[in-house]
Structure formats: structure tokens, C-alpha cells
Design a protein around this ligand. Structure first.
Ligand SMILES: Cc1cc2nc3c(=O)[nH]c(=O)nc-3n(C[C@H](O)[C@H](O)[C@H](O)COP(=O)(O)OP(=O)(O)OC[C@H]3O[C@@H](n4cnc5c(N)ncnc54)[C@H](O)[C@@H]3O)c2cc1C
Length: 452
């Protein structure tokens, strides 16, 4: 009798799951999730993502139980726990989805070494991206560093077909599923009050509703900040509650689908780059000198949404209330930190990773690099003017009013840059820096390198 183990990581779904389907070729399957102490204890796992993980594991367990099995949960050192379960149930093969970060690679290498020692095979499968990293390479055989040529290859490539969902699963006798985690078992930090609910079923419901209401207008509306017209699927994609391939395949030919699927390509783009260059999680792709700003009161004011720039403050407060921020506002706040305050992007990226429910090492770090001008942006000198961005993408100020409640009664003419008297009257902070002067200082620092 053959027993296969499928180790879930950030692929917490039963639909279009190649590793799960492969494990089902055995007579019995052990669907395993290990709560990795290195991740839970480390600074990477914020309370928002832990809560989302708790929801997603419960939902996955319910789906597996409907199919006759259950999620087997263990906690400890990831490699030790996987090897222990393999030995306990006498499995000869472990299947898992291939992933891109340095952390995931290190764990996979440890598992491969464990397999060699203990005599089990380790097989990796696609599932985290639409096109597997490393499939599309430049003429010189390297990962792409420019989005447009990558996109042309990606959209023309032959994608794999989504796999069907197993209907019946059978656990081997005697295996104890263990206990699903609660948030209290993982952290005593309180998550954001308006956090989205995790899990594959919640993901499918959201995507279904958004496909009806939002997809057709996506190309026109995705930058309208107050309209909140994007899919909000990013946490579900990060945790793999949704298959990016399944979504892209189903939506690409629908009205609005092309623009939406292009965004999924950005996700693949950053994943293939990080897979090839894991050090980019913390190192500049293109060095731009040493920023002059430090992690001081200005950084604290930025984190707290107290910079005196209403759009920046609204974004940072949305982040704390929801664990989420609109993409355009992420660009504005990141530009403010790295250009107006001239603080190294790594500090902003680390703060985002602590709070974002969709915090994703490839998407987060490489978007931060893009905005900071150290990454893949072909126009690295770009600076976002927070007042102009606010006037353009939140013209009547509704987004600002939602989060910067001090300004809730200000009219659209004043809300983007309230006069000093109006700020003082409402208890809203003065501007931390003058945008024009701050950007001039930033550009002066770069001047010797501006030909780069
Ligand atoms: C400084 C900064 C940090 C970011 N950090 C993250 C992060 O940690 N995790 C994350 O998933 N996204 C991150 N993004 C990208 C983007 O802001 C979010 O993916 C998007 O806002 C999520 O909202 P949505 O699901 O409604 O997006 P939609 O507009 O509905 O897009 C659909 C999907 O496409 C992908 N996508 C969209 N835009 C991008 C992009 N620029 N780069 C990569 N993938 C994209 C996401 O998976 C998203 O869910 C960051 C962007 C910036 C500028």
C-alpha cells in the first residue's frame, strides 16, 4: 500500500492543486501543514497574516473533511515535523508546491537532504504562479528585469491546464490530525479591526462577486482610490486560497479581463525575478547610493499616518485598520518615505510586511524597489507628488475623509492640502516636510549618479 504526503505551504486550497492531485495517486494521502516556529516567531509573520492563516487552515480542513480526509497539523521545526510524519505513516513520497523565496528554497533543500537520508522522494509542482519561474528567460538566459518584454512572452506562452479537484481522499489508519491553530496559539498581538476573512471558500465568493461587479470596469476604475474597485484578491493569492492560473485562464478573455490578467503578470514577473535573485528581498537591484534619512521621528510619523499629507496619512491609516492599502496609495506612501524623507526602502518594506495581510516577499520587496528607483522601474527618477495624486485619483476627497477623520467635514477644494488654520482647528498635523524642498534635496543627493 502506497502513502503519499502533500505538504501545504502557501497553497491553501483544494482546487487546481497539482501537488495534491499527484499525492492522490497513492492509496492514502496525508495532507499536512506544519506551523513553522521559524515563521511564527520571526518578525515576518504579522498578526494579520496569522489570523488569515488560521481562517484558511480551518477552511482547508473543512474541504478535506468533505472529501473524506482531514488536515494533519503539526508545529515545530518545519523539516523535522515533515520528516517525522513521513516516518510515522510510512510514506515514500512528499509532494509540495515550488516556491520562490530564499526561505522557501532553504526549506526545500533541507527536505531534499532529509529525503535522501530517510529514503523518501520529494517532488515539487507548479501552483504558486501562472507560469513557473525560470520557464521564460531573456535571450541571455537570465530572469527578466523589464516588465514589458516579460509580459509579451508570458501572455503568448502556453499555460498548463488547471487540474481537477480530487473528489475522495483517504487518510491512512491511525494518523492523528492534531489541532487546528487559533490565533492565541500563535501570537498575542491583536489583528487589524477590519481584516478580511481568509480561506478558499471566502476567496471564491469574493472573486465571484467581483467578477460580476468589478471586472468589466477594471481597466477604467482600478486607479479610482475611493471607489475601491479592485478585486482585493491579493491575500487569497498570497496564501494560495486562489490559483492564479485558474483565475487567469477563466478571466483573460472576458470584458476587463485583459487588464486584470496583466496585473497577475506583474505578480509572476516579481516572482520569477526573486526566484532567480533571492538576495533582492533586501538588496538593491540597482544601487542608488546611501539614503540620507534615518528611522527617526519622521519614520514614526509616516508609520502612524501623521505626516500632514492627507493622502499619505489616509493610506497608512487604512493599512492599520484593514491590513490593506490600495495599490496607487501604496505607491504614493512608498515614494513619500523613500524620496521626500529619503529613508531606505527596506525600512518601509519591513513595516508593510508587519501589517499587510497580503504581505508577500516577492511582491512587496520588489514593488518597494520599483518605487524607490532601485528596482525594475525604467524611470527610476519618478517622484509621486502626494497632493497632485490625491487631486487626481481621489478628486472629491472621499478616501481621505474615510480614514483621516479630522478632515471629514472639509470640502474637496481644501482637503488635499488644508490651509494651516483649518489643520489647527481640526487637530490635524502640520506638514512634516515641504514636498518641493524635500524632493530637491533628494535629487541633489542623486545628482552625481543621475546618469544611471
Ligand atoms: C510599495 C508596494 C508594496 C506592495 N506590497 C505588496 C504585497 O506585499 N503583496 C501583494 O500581493 N502586492 C503588493 N503590492 C502590489 C499591489 O499593491 C497589490 O497587489 C494590490 O494593491 C492588491 O489589491 P487587489 O488584490 O485589489 O489588486 P487588483 O488590482 O485586483 O490586482 C489583482 C492581483 O494582481 C496582483 N497585482 C496587482 N498589482 C500588482 C503589482 N504592482 N505587483 C505585483 N502584483 C500585483 C495581485 O496579486 C492582485 O491581487 C505592493 C505595491 C506597492 C507599490
Amino acid at each position: 500500500m502506497r502513502i503519499g504526503v502533500v505538504v501545504f505551504t502557501r497553497d491553501l486550497r483544494v482546487r487546481d492543486h497539482p501537488a495534491l492531485v499527484a499525492a492522490c495517486e497513492a492509496d492514502h494521502v496525508v495532507p499536512l501543514f506544519v506551523i513553522d516556529d521559524a515563521l511564527v516567531a520571526g518578525s515576518h509573520a504579522g498578526a494579520n497574516r496569522l489570523q488569515f492563516l488560521v481562517d484558511s487552515l480551518a477552511d482547508l480542513d473543512a474541504s478535506l473533511r468533505q472529501r473524506g480526509a482531514a488536515l494533519v497539523v503539526r508545529r515545530g521545526t518545519w523539516i523535522d515535523e515533515v520528516a517525522r510524519v513521513v516516518a510515522e505513516c510510512g510514506a515514500d513520497v512528499v509532494h509540495l508546491s515550488d516556491d520562490v523565496s530564499g526561505f522557501a528554497r532553504t526549506r526545500l533543500d533541507a527536505l531534499l537532504a532529509g529525503g535522501t537520508r530517510q529514503g523518501f522522494a520529494v517532488v515539487t509542482h507548479p501552483g504558486v504562479t501562472v507560469v513557473s519561474p525560470g520557464t521564460l528567460l531573456t535571450g541571455s538566459g537570465t530572469a527578466y528585469q523589464m516588465f514589458s518584454p516579460f509580459y509579451r512572452r508570458w501572455i503568448a506562452a502556453v499555460w498548463r491546464d488547471p487540474v481537477s479537484t480530487p473528489e475522495h481522499l483517504s487518510l491512512p489508519d491511525g494518523i492523528d490530525p492534531g489541532r487546528l491553530p487559533t490565533l492565541a496559539m500563535l501570537t498575542d498581538v491583536v489583528p487589524s479591526p477590519e481584516l478580511i476573512v481568509g480561506g478558499e471558500n471566502a476567496a471564491r465568493a469574493r472573486l465571484r462577486a467581483w467578477t460580476v461587479d468589478g471586472l468589466a470596469g477594471y481597466a477604467e476604475d482600478h486607479d479610482a482610490i475611493a471607489a475601491d474597485a479592485t478585486s482585493r484578491c491579493s491575500p487569497y493569492l498570497h496564501f494560495g486560497c486562489l490559483s492564479p492560473l485558474d483565475i487567469a485562464t477563466r478571466l483573460r478573455d472576458r470584458i476587463g479581463g485583459a487588464a486584470f490578467v496583466r496585473q497577475l503578470c506583474w505578480r509572476d514577473f516579481f516572482h520569477q525575478l526573486l526566484a532567480a535573485r533571492p538576495e533582492l528581498a533586501w538588496q538593491d537591484l540597482r544601487a542608488r547610493g546611501t539614503p540620507s534619512g534615518t528611522v527617526d521621528d519622521g519614520f514614526a510619523a509616516w508609520c502612524a499616518g501623521q505626516t500632514g499629507y492627507p493622502l499619505v496619512d489616509a493610506g497608512m491609516r487604512q493599512l492599520h485598520i484593514e491590513g490593506f492599502m490600495h495599490n496607487r496609495v501604496r505607491m504614493v506612501v512608498a515614494s513619500f518615505l523613500t524620496k521626500d524623507l529619503d529613508v531606505a526602502w527596506q525600512h518601509g518594506a519591513a513595516h508593510f510586511m508587519k501589517v499587510l495581510v497580503d504581505g508577500d516577499i516577492a511582491n512587496n520587496q520588489l514593488n518597494w524597489q520599483w518605487v524607490a528607483g532601485t528596482g525594475t522601474d525604467t524611470n527610476p527618477h519618478r517622484v509621486f507628488n502626494p497632493t497632485r495624486q490625491s487631486e487626481r485619483f481621489d478628486p472629491d476627497g472621499s478616501y481621505i475623509r474615510r480614514y483621516v477623520t479630522e478632515l471629514a467635514d472639509l470640502d474637496a477644494a481644501m482637503i488635499h492640502d488644508p490651509p494651516d488654520g483649518e489643520r489647527a482647528r481640526r487637530g490635524y498635523v502640520p506638514k512634516l516636510v515641504d514636498h518641493a524642498e524635500a524632493v530637491a534635496d533628494y535629487r541633489a543627493r542623486l545628482a552625481p549618479n543621475s546618469a544611471n
